[in-house]
Design a protein around this ligand. Structure first.
Ligand SMILES: Nc1ncnc2c1ncn2[C@@H]1O[C@H](COP(=O)(O)OP(=O)(O)OP(=O)(O)O)[C@@H](O)[C@H]1O
Length: 348
């Protein structure tokens, strides 16, 4: 299919085997998460056309990129943009010339002199706030500025697919959170799909439309942002009923803080299981950021107590407080010691 990146490939290295049989939708942002050495970079390199030793098939946009019949389609013909952990800028050229190199690649693209359609040069410079940096040499840029230039150069080449390999991991923590909106705006401006590898689940959660998890050279799970949750976290669908001076009333309970979301807004509340405390009787001594209402459901197949929150069945570990077994149907209030607001559950 033209709207999918189809991977049926193997790559053997001493002590490591990459074997992937998967179709990735060519729209939005696909996050790739997994432990160090699981093969995330290797997968991106195969997609970029940088691994001649890979066997099998890779196809995208109705073209065969790698396979026994076509061999290895070179990276430039694929029109894939690649942004690495540490921006590989040309250190002898100023920022403007680094960006223009991307434009030259666009003009030299497979369709010949007419060039590829892509965002305008000025729009890229504006989106990434590069105007002030155009005359600077890369050696005089901060890590965050270098990454913005690298992103700009990538967009200038009008890629059809953008590969992001830990683009924020080499910059300090403060610059990282500043760079995320730049990344998001860049992808929106480019209007092309992206595959984003990162160790930071929080970073991926902000950007991902779907998630692939890798382990030991295999894709072991694919799904939505729930795959990026920290160990032992739960997601609750919620809707804002009212935002008042005392906090925000949700259709699943009450937060002791005001959310910057209008009434009617839908979102997910991410809570770690160890942040959930059951309140029964007196509520004294429970420091809570929020309270949600739950009902005890019949136990699940493994005998774990199930709680029903907003019609979602959640397996929760034994909760704090008096330990009598709650009866199915019993109403409970849960106090949340902390939570994080995430976008609503994706449709696919
Ligand atoms: N050029 C290479 N030659 C031989 N082995 C390599 C090469 N590059 C990577 N490897 C090995 O391939 C395996 C997968 O590496 P890869 O960089 O794809 O993992 P990763 O998931 O991206 O890791 P990280 O999160 O640490 O960047 C590792 O065992 C690594 O040591």
């Amino acid at each position: 299919m033209c709207s999918e990146l189809i991977l049926e490939l193997a790559l053997r290295r001493p002590g490591f085997d990459l074997a992937v049989d998967h179709a990735i939708a060519l729209r939005g942002v696909t996050a790739v998460s997994g432990p160090s050495g699981s093969g995330k970079t290797s997968l991106l390199r195969v997609i970029a056309g940088l691994e001649p030793g890979a066997t099998g098939h890779v196809s995208a946009f109705c073209e065969e990129w790698q396979g026994p019949k076509v061999g290895l389609m070179p990276a430039w013909r694929r029109r894939v943009g690649y942004v690495f952990q540490e921006a590989a800028l040309f250190d002898h050229m100023n920022v403007a010339r680094n960006l223009d190199y991307g434009l030259e690649r666009r003009r030299a693209g497979p369709s010949g002199g007419a060039g590829q359609r892509g965002p305008e040069r000025d729009a890229i410079i504006d989106t990434l706030r590069l105007e002030r940096l155009l005359d600077r040499m890369p050696g005089r840029l901060s890590g965050g500025e270098r990454q913005r230039v690298a992103l700009g150069r990538c967009l200038m080449s009008a890629p059809r697919l953008i590969l992001l390999d830990e683009p924020l991991s080499a910059v300090d923590h403060a610059s990282r959170s500043e760079l995320i909106p730049y990344l998001q705006r860049s992808l929106a401006l480019a209007g092309v799909p992206a595959i984003h590898v990162s160790h930071s689940r929080a970073e991926l959660r902000k950007m991902a439309d779907r998630v692939l998890r890798m382990d030991a050279g295999r894709i072991t799970a694919s799904g939505g942002s729930e795959l990026l949750l920290p160990e032992g976290a739960i997601l609750l669908d919620a809707r804002v009923l009212e935002v008042g001076p005392e906090g925000t009333r949700l259709d699943i309970g009450h937060l002791g803080q005001r959310l910057d979301l209008p009434p009617g807004a839908e979102f997910q509340l991410m809570v770690r299981r160890d942040q959930v405390v059951r309140i029964s009787g007196s509520e004294a001594g429970v420091a809570a950021a929020g309270r949600i209402e739950a009902r005890v459901a019949p136990p699940g197949p493994d005998g774990m107590p199930l709680l029903e929150v907003a019609r979602q069945a959640l397996a929760l570990p034994p909760v704090a407080g008096p330990q009598e077994t709650p009866a199915p149907g019993e109403a409970l209030t849960l106090a949340l010691a902390g939570y994080e607001v995430l976008p609503p559950r994706a449709a696919d």
